[in-house]
Design a protein. Sequence first.
Length: 100
Amino acid sequence: MFSVQAASMLMAKGYGGTVAVMMGVITAMGGGLIRDVLAGRPNLLMTRELYVSLLLLGCIFFGALQTLLPAWQSGAYLAMALIFLLRAAAIRWSIAVSGM
């Protein structure tokens, strides 16, 4: 939710899609990092779980929707749902980044 919200705010202020997408991902990563530290959990950024790549995919999807259909206001909800469903699927079926 925070990644799409940050991207939406930056696009509304006139920043380009690339800047908005990157700042959306950074905002969500920072929020997740703070959440993990306060909860005393291992940091999700240092695990093999799909996390940042799904945020990036969702923000790119949102940026594309805003560029192609700027008058459509439900694009943010659709992007948030996409991120949530992909993340839930990755957790449910234990999909992770493969090792090098």
